[in-house]
Design a protein around this ligand. Structure first.
Ligand SMILES: [Zn+2]
Length: 488
């Protein structure tokens, strides 16, 4: 991928914040971590509100989750990590500082380095992974008197976040999306974060063209929006450069409604957060045993699964990649194989029509109507020659819409392929009688042979066995050519 020929090189780096949504409690206190759907400001305590005299106590599960992600991203885990205070004054920060980590000034984040390979073998390097707490949620709605009001919900304050920062190795908005989707698959597979939850994965992106000024785009809400925001920003910067205007170093906001980026603030230098070591938390030692115990509990990761599918089942790389990186798809695939479905056929149906049909119907792949039994029945009906591939597509669509299985639909609608020779011969003869002119032309013109076959298909509503139909039509034509009658 990358820029088109003759264009300047694009460099994109991402900074992703993922909530560790599977933790029961917040990062430094015992408050419930699940803030979604609870009445505002009910999951708070003196610790996450930063009242004087309280002591934060790190959540061990959060560190285990962070280590698992670091292992999955091939990062080097720090043996002694530290927490730092990031100081800034804003309504979403009840303590007026965020407990975070810092790479520099004596600070050591959870992990450094690492990489993630996306489809096509492109490697995106990871710069660092750190643990920090989420700020409160600001809700910009409601009024006080005549003026618009911003409400603060502190339930989110103190929820555990993992910050993953990449090197600027991404060269295309589509690569950014592919990276994010693969990362989400890994986090879900590890059981540390459910990226489908609103606000569970948020992304900032920085982008520069031709080694020029870096522009940062803040707080993009979904992967689709990341792709759009970056595409817009590339066009904007190219137009500026083409007109000889320099790109300003600044932070921009992605306006999802207008689909443009707008300037938030000029950024001449790094903001001063006056980072300093968090005095209430001692540095955390991470032992080799601890890392090993996390590693032992880790499930098969998407890349390992992909390799196994190619090796064990002979899947093509494209199918293996798509299936292994989507949790709903690989679970479905493995169920189908367990039920005796041919792995290659099953994989073709999953990545082809199943994905597009469910999208068309607005269904999730986890919908109970998408059952492995339906896929296996469909594949077996085609393999046994009972239905054609064309009919199978209709059957799959109908089966997804309701509760009937493909076999039930085929039986009820009488869709079994007609491969009974005497039955089909009668239909072919009928077509020959009704199309005398075309039959004469078909003796000279192969295209007209296809027309005759099409007529047989029309009469049988697509159910005629295509191979047998072709043979019967050709045989009849040969007889006519040799001066014999059309019937056998
Ligand atoms: Zn609390």
């Amino acid at each position: 991928m990358g820029g088109e020929a003759g264009e300047e090189r694009i460099k994109i780096g991402l900074e992703i914040h993922c909530q560790l949504t599977n933790l029961r409690t917040k990062l430094f206190c015992g408050c419930p971590a699940d803030y979604r759907g609870s009445p505002p400001n009910t999951h708070i305590c003196p610790i996450c509100m930063g009242l004087p005299g309280t002591l934060p106590s790190p959540n061990k599960r959060a560190i285990e989750d962070g280590v698992a992600v670091a292992i999955a991203l091939n990062s080097e885990i720090s043996r002694r990590m530290t927490f730092f205070r990031k100081n800034y004054f804003y309504p979403d920060l009840p303590k007026n500082f965020q407990i975070s980590q810092y790479d520099g000034g004596g600070g050591v984040p959870l992990a450094r380095g690492g990489y993630l390979d996306i489809e096509g073998g492109k490697r995106i390097r990871i710069r660092r992974i750190q643990i920090e707490e989420d700020p409160a949620k600001l809700v910009h709605e409601g009024t006080i008197g005549d003026s618009a009001a911003t409400l603060v919900d502190n339930n989110r304050a103190g929820v555990a976040l993992l910050e993953i920062v990449t090197e600027p190795d991404i060269e295309d908005p589509r690569e950014a999306r592919a990276f994010l989707e693969k990362l989400r698959g890994i986090l879900e597979c590890l059981g540390v974060s459910n990226g489908e939850l609103e606000g569970a994965m948020r992304c900032d992106a920085n982008i520069s063209i031709g080694g020029g000024t870096r522009v940062e785009i803040k707080n993009i809400s979904s992967f689709k929006e990341v792709e759009r925001a970056l595409a817009f920003e590339i066009t904007r910067q190219r137009q500026l450069l083409a007109r000889g205007i320099g790109v300003r170093r600044e932070t921009r906001h992605w306006d999802e409604v207008r689909r443009i980026t707008v300037s938030l603030r000029a950024k001449e230098e790094e903001e001063d957060y006056r980072y300093f070591p968090e005095p209430d938390i001692v540095p955390i030692e991470i032992s080799e045993d601890f890392i090993e115990s996390v590693r032992r509990r880790m499930p098969e990761l998407p890349d390992q699964r992909k390799e196994r599918y190619m090796r064990e089942f002979g899947l093509q790389e494209h199918n293996a990649e798509l299936i292994s990186s989507n949790n709903a798809l690989w679970r479905l695939f493995e169920e189908c194989v367990k039920m005796g479905g041919d792995p290659i056929e099953v994989s073709n149906w999953l990545v082809g029509d199943l994905i597009s049909f469910t999208r068309e119907l607005g269904m999730e792949l986890t919908d109970p109507r998408v059952s492995p039994r339906k896929i296996v029945e469909l594949v077996n009906l085609i393999r046994s020659g009972a239905i054609s591939t064309k009919i199978a597509k209709d059957v799959l669509m109908e089966s997804l819409r309701g509760d009937e299985s493909p076999e039930e639909i085929v039986r009820r609608r009488g869709l079994l392929k007609i491969s009974d020779e005497s039955l089909l011969r009668g239909i072919v003869e009928e077509v020959f009688r009704e199309n005398e002119g075309a039959v004469k032309e078909a003796l000279r013109d192969e295209d007209v042979v296809n027309f005759l076959i099409g007529q047989v298909m029309r009469k049988t509503r697509g159910k005629a066995d295509p191979k047998l139909t072709y043979e019967l039509v050709k045989r009849n034509l040969e007889r006519i050519a040799h001066g014999e009658g059309p019937s056998a």
